[in-house]
Design a protein around this ligand. Sequence first.
Ligand SMILES: [Zn+2]
Length: 528
Amino acid sequence: MKITVYDGAGVIGGNKVLLESEGTAVFLDFGMGFAGRGRFFEEFLKPRSALGLVDLLEFGLLPPLAGLYRRDLDLPEWRLWDRYRTAPGFREVKADGVLLTHAHLDHSAYISFLDPAIPVYTGLVTAVVAKATQDSAPTDLEREICYATLREPKQGLLTTTNYKKVPYKQRPFLVVDRPVPDALKPFWARGGRTRAMEPQELRAAGADPAAGPNPFAVGGLNIKWFPVDHSVPGAGAFAIETSEGWVVYTGDLRLHGRGRGQTELFRDECAKLRPLILISEGTHPGTAQPVAEEEVHERARAAVRAERGLVVADFGPRNVERLITFLEIARETGRRLAVTAKDAFLLEAMSAADPATPNPLTDDAFVVYGEAKLNRETWERVLLERFGDKVRVARDVAADPGGYILCFSFFDLGELVDIRPAGGTYVYSSSEAYSEEMAIDLARLRNWVTHFGLRMAGDPDHERGFHASGHIHGPGLEGLIRTIAPRYLIPVHTESRDFFLRTERSWPEVVWPEVGRTYEFRDGNLMA
Ligand SMILES: [Zn+2]
């Protein structure tokens, strides 16, 4: 049994971990490595899509593995593999699948480049979140997770195929946690734009979907999926039974959201497997006492109660748990939650997958905010027609600013110019700035807030408790590792070497992974 970490080693995100055993090869996530990408690229200097795989292989943002990638992103005259055959870690790989833990881009985005014959195994809600996100975003080669816009050669480069002639190529997604409801089938079978879809049925991974597909098999491997709590709905962790014993992979998780019980159950069930290896995240082991979602609810409710005028709630994309926190606050304070078309689209699809998610079309506490735009893609046009008299525009909000909580983020701020609020509260319920770019955006955001005479609640530099992180805190992680008690611990998605590398006798043996190095296990031991 072999494990190779291609990204996510010593950095936060970009997880791409290859596990090979029993003649089967699976990737544990296949994300975009923001850290590695940020070393070479930014918003206006991107990998060139006309060059397909080239720029990504050049900078090691995709591992040099021949046989793994889309054939339409490579031209024979580029002699790609002659060029990258000497890259460290080059080899040929035939992958049997990707086990996708959740729909954050640092775990999912580079599935875009994989051969569309390689299936993705994931939970139903993760599949839906990934698809709804792709449907409602601009076309982007680095975001073709669920379906690909095929490219064709043109003057020695690549261009997108004609949208009237060539449909999207959909990837097989196999659902590992529950039967697929019929209500989702139309959503799965079309994209967000006019281009048609060459569809792949969304189906359960197990042979008997009625029995619940968990556990399931990929090639010669038996695999279990465990739902866990994280800052995007539908997150899970995997346990894989290999020739050497169980390998457990956490993905991203935490113990302080409303779904903390799921993480506890995962921890306790995995302990019973007596795993050989735990591959664990470690984003925030320095946090001793995390802010819980309930605390966010209390503080944000107090801020909204104190406001008679406009309230804007700003939180991370796809953080549906936070959206529901503000939905409850809207109900408690006699307001309506105004969500963007994108959020309404995501929630509608999620509620078809999981009836516990409120449906914005039928739930009276919701309205949809229609942004000022001349051209709308199909998904948005159809959605706004469907919502009809539940659509609000800037002048509706301006006429009754105390009637709403507006779910906006930084990129929606332009609407404030049309709303012209006379005071109000801007609730910043998002993570603090952890990069220079984010610090600059936060400064810009403060300028907007000041310009419109709003009060900012939850400014990360002054006021704590308006945001709960997606990641497990130090004591919780230590408890999780000690309870699961693997023989070997492989930290990924972390920069916290000191937290993991301990010499106590009760602590597992730590393998701090090197990028592209293959660790082989035989007879339950790591081979030197
Ligand atoms: Zn995540």
